[in-house]
Design a binder for this molecule. Structure first.
Ligand code: GLA
Length: 474
């Protein structure tokens, strides 16, 4: 397990190393808050007034008291171009008075404010980004009183050492400001995990979660990464999704609950992505369950592990931008639209160009058009899908209990049971006396002795789950 972040610089010095860790003492438990991306995307409605209303709403819904302290503005708060002196420029229509008054207001409501930038030369939505301007931008964030930075990875080298160097440049720039700013890397790849604790407080391990299939991809990717997480440094399988059908991305209410329970057991950041200003009651009930939050925020900071699974082996895939197998739904639609337009243009040109160059249609344009059409077919046939399988995850808690999450990824209902090996993997012994609580339903479960089928639940298909807290009385 990683040492607490405030210890890392001291340890590094004691070992005669130069300090290469983020020296901010933040994020000892997974970050909790709200992020605009799954609510607003780049809508002009994400403006100063809305941010203030969001802050009020977080307070009014009781989220702040429960620990949801970060209000994070994702992409599109900034203009496409940097200023002549290399600074990020808040969109003057959305934020006419700049960022400082907005940050001050958010602080006045007992919240912390997060902003978004990118290690590339543009953000994913093609706004101004931080490549080569890390020091200037870190100073801007500190002057505005920003508390959190999500740093994305678009329009940048996919090569690992280049990525680490760019993320380290922003880490050092943030350190140099002297302001503690939680640093959240967004590189969508599991190969960040072994380096993650040296670079930031959390790091994205997989593609964007914008549908249940990508939640599955994130969970399967994370099952190999528990060893890299600890207080101050967590794997990030992406933000939470709500269930509003009119949100840019959403799950069913049952899947919202399952994502939340799994995220708690995986010690993942809990960043709400539901429609905050008109949140469905079921999402609110899920996010305000303090017994599940207590699992997420457990002081040990240990990421859970898979203790039972009948899922096929999983090999994490990277480079989602052009890889159909891990591509977010949004990106898949974007490629489809672009390729379909290209194919239509090429087919039309092929039909007319014969008049000028007799062979151009048959030899050049038609094959290109067919290639586009074929690529669309490949995209949709290889898009991520869940497997017909179930898993049991377990996370050790500070008081000796285990938080146990049973999940059914299959379409059909299934009974999921923790067998003798599964009990052993949690350090339980068969015949042991236990106290079991269902944390989602908030009731005690009448199981007192551990046997083969003692920890078992019947789950609906397509993403149902249960989250139990099991304490063995010794
Ligand atoms: C990437 C990130 C998302 C979001 C968008 C913004 O796709 O993975 O979480 O920040 O960029 O453009």
């Amino acid at each position: 397990m990683t040492s607490p972040s405030f210890m890392r610089p001291l340890l590094a010095l004691a070992m005669g190393h130069t300090i290469v860790a983020l020296d901010n003492g933040l994020g000892l438990t997974p970050a909790m808050g709200y992020n605009t991306w799954n609510d607003f995307r780049c809508s002009p409605e994400m403006n100063a007034k809305a941010v203030m209303a969001l802050a009020d709403k977080m307070d009014e819904l009781g989220l702040v008291k429960l620990g949801y302290r970060y209000l994070n503005l994702d992409d599109c708060w900034q203009l496409e171009e940097l200023s002549d002196t290399g600074e990020l420029q808040p969109d003057p229509v959305a934020f006419p008075e700049g960022m400082k008054p907005v940050v001050d207001y958010v602080h006045s409501r007992g919240l912390l404010l997060g902003l978004y930038s990118c290690r590339g030369w543009k953000t994913c939505a093609f706004r101004g980004a931080s490549s080569g301007h890390e020091a200037i931008h870190a100073r801007q964030f500190a002057q505005w009183g920003v508390d959190y930075l999500k740093h994305d990875s678009c329009w940048a080298s996919g090569e690992r050492s280049a990525a680490f160097a760019q993320y380290a440049a922003m880490r050092d720039a943030l350190n140099a400001t002297g302001r503690p700013i939680l640093y959240s890397l967004c590189g969508w790849s599991s190969w960040y995990s072994p380096e993650g604790a040296k670079l930031g407080n959390s790091w994205r391990i997989s593609a964007d979660c914008d549908e249940w299939a990508n939640v599955y991809v994130a969970v399967r990717t994370n099952e190999l990464l528990a060893a890299y997480a600890g207080p101050g440094a967590f794997n990030d399988p992406d933000m939470l999704l709500g269930s509003s059908p009119n949100a840019p991305a959403h799950l069913t209410p049952m899947q919202v609950q399952s994502q939340f329970s799994l995220w708690a057991v995986m010690a993942a950041p809990l960043l709400i992505g539901s429609r905050l200003l008109s949140m469905p009651a079921s999402d609110l009930a899920t996010y305000t369950n303090d017994e599940v939050i207590a699992v997420s925020q457990d002081a040990l900071g240990q990421q859970g592990r898979v203790v039972w699974s009948n899922c096929p082996p999983y090999v994490p895939r990277d480079n989602w931008w052009n890889s159909p197998w891990s591509m977010p739904f949004d990106v898949c639609c974007m490629w489809t639209r672009a390729l379909a337009t290209a194919a239509a243009v090429l087919f039309t040109m092929a039909a007319t160009c014969r008049r000028f160059a007799p062979r151009c249609g048959a030899y050049v344009l038609l094959p290109l058009g067919l290639f586009c059409a074929l690529y669309i077919a490949v995209l949709w046939s290889f898009r991520p899908r869940t497997h017909e399988c179930q898993q049991v995850w377990a996370r050790p808690l500070a008081d000796g209990a285990q938080a146990v999450c049973f999940v059914n990824f299959a379409q059909a209902p299934a009974r999921v049971a923790c067998d003798a090996n599964c009990l052993g993997a949690m350090g339980f012994s068969k015949g042991g006396t236990v106290r079991v609580r269902d944390l989602v339903r908030r009731v005690d479960v009448p199981v007192t002795t551990l046997g083969d089928d003692a920890l078992a639940v019947d789950l609906e298909g397509d993403g149902d789950s249960a989250l139990w807290r099991v304490l063995e009385r010794r």
